[in-house]
Design a protein. Structure first.
Length: 96
């Protein structure tokens, strides 16, 4: 009997992705963090994968039978910070 409690465990809190969803992607042949990230949005929330990246890498490594250190790291994007348009307009007007 499968452990439904573990399957319902949230792996990515930012995007609300469960362990069950991650395992389904791995079972479907997605064996890189980037593939799983693109299909589930796991790691695309405000924390940019700081919490879930290692959990996903561990699941992939366990399923494929390799060491976690061998798992390819995902593509990183620089962190973004929202800026109010008024700030940009003020800078534009100051430089004019």
């Amino acid at each position: 009997m499968p452990d439904t409690t573990a399957a319902a465990t949230i792996i990515c809190r930012c995007e609300d992705v469960t362990l069950e969803e991650i395992r389904a992607q791995i079972a479907a042949g997605r064996h890189t963090i980037d593939e799983i990230k693109r299909l589930t949005r796991c790691g695309m929330g405000p924390c940019q994968g700081r919490t879930c990246r290692t959990l996903v890498a561990g699941e992939i490594a366990r399923a494929v039978g390799v060491d976690v250190a061998e798992e390819a790291l995902p593509t990183f994007r620089p962190p973004l910070k929202p800026v109010k348009l008024g700030v940009l307009l003020a800078e534009e007007n100051d430089g004019a």
